[in-house]
Design a protein around this ligand. Structure first.
Ligand code: NAD
Length: 311
């Protein structure tokens, strides 16, 4: 495994991070035993970053991750979130941040979080995030319940604005740096780099679209984007390359993201994804992928309050 520093936190995190949303059955029902075995396999491979949220499986992912981490807590950098609780349930108030963290600590069977992320901030009020949510999270840091704080969301412009104006340690972006999109590098990276704020890049497989099984039913991308992703998967099949390994390796090679968070729920996926570190990138294949993707490059979808959304 390779490790990179997360901004100025002093943490060294694995370049592949374990995304735990599939542990909440977000991509289909999974066997609880597979969840536990994947977490243990990931730790054995040197993955130390585990990212979860109360929202994933409406607390199920936290509960499963917490039980898998019993007696292994000190081996990992544990990240969870606050502010999002259901598809349409958000609360970024100071009071809810405080109770949310206590609830997460119980489910995760620990007494501190390494990272606390305000989840999908585009659904909140931008000024509240800056003047109430982040200060409440810093307060929890002073109390020792949380080590570092950050924000996550889809619209890059809002993330960049909050990173510029807010007091935070890292930003988690998803679906903006991968084989289908690279606009994270133009919009958000200059700000995080200038301020030495950590950058986490999530969803390298474009939330399942760059896998043999294809995207889940709820996937928000436009039809043309899903079709381009399906063509990339077919091309990989023809070249006898695992599309997920190619897509993950592409993201790992982006040096500005400290870690790429990939969702995993089976030990076989852990093994395949870790193999991406040894995978030899074929530049001809990447050029073919680029040609397929060109018409839909950097496409995104509306997310959050209209004033915060990029489209
Ligand atoms: P992803 O791009 O990582 O894709 C996950 C899907 O790919 C799952 O169905 C998984 O089973 C499958 N998969 C993984 N490895 C595979 C392999 N080798 N072969 C075949 N299929 C494979 O999308 P994601 O899970 O949404 O993103 C990763 C993580 O990033 C999440 O779990 C979460 O922790 C984090 N995230 C956070 C936010 C946010 O804060 N707003 C948003 C998106 C993702």
């Amino acid at each position: 495994m390779l490790y990179r520093p997360l901004g100025s936190t002093g943490l060294q995190i694995s370049v592949i991070g374990f995304g735990a949303s599939p542990l909440g059955n977000e991509f289909g029902s999974i066997e609880p035993a597979d969840a536990e075995r994947s977490v243990h396999a990931a730790i054995d491979c040197g993955i130390n970053l585990f990212d979860v949220a109360p929202y994933y499986g409406r607390t199920l992912a936290e509960t499963r991750l917490g039980s898998a981490l019993v007696s292994k807590r000190n081996k990992v950098v544990l990240a969870t979130k606050c502010g999002r609780y259901d598809k349409d349930s958000f609360d970024f108030s100071q009071q809810r941040v405080i109770t949310s963290v206590d609830e997460s600590l119980r489910r995760l069977q620990t007494d501190y979080l390494d990272l606390l992320t305000a989840h999908d901030i585009e659904f909140g009020d931008r000024e509240q995030i800056l003047s109430e949510t982040l200060p409440a999270m810093r307060k929890l840091q002073r109390q020792g319940k949380v080590r570092f704080i950050g924000v996550s969301g889809l619209p890059l412009r809002m993330l960049a604005d909050v990173a510029r104006r807010g007091d935070l340690d890292y930003v988690l972006s998803y679906c903006h740096y991968n084989m289908l999109s690279r606009d994270l590098d133009q919009v958000l990276r200059p700000v995080t780099q200038a301020r030495n704020i950590g950058l986490l890049n999530a969803s390298p497989l474009y939330m399942g679209a760059l896998t043999e099984s294809g995207p889940p039913e709820w996937h928000p991308a436009a039809t043309a984007v899903r079709q381009a992703a399906a063509q990339v998967v077919s091309l990989c099949r023809a070249r006898r390359v695992n599309p997920s390994v190619l897509a993950l390796r592409f993201c790992i090679d982006y040096p500005y993201a400290a870690s790429t968070l990939v969702g995993m729920s089976h030990p076989r996926q852990v093994e395949q994804n870790v193999s991406a570190l040894q995978f030899q990138l074929d530049t001809n294949l990447l050029e073919e992928v680029d040609r397929i993707v060109a018409p839909v490059r950097d496409a995104t979808w509306p997310s959050g309050c209209p004033e915060n959304s990029d489209v």
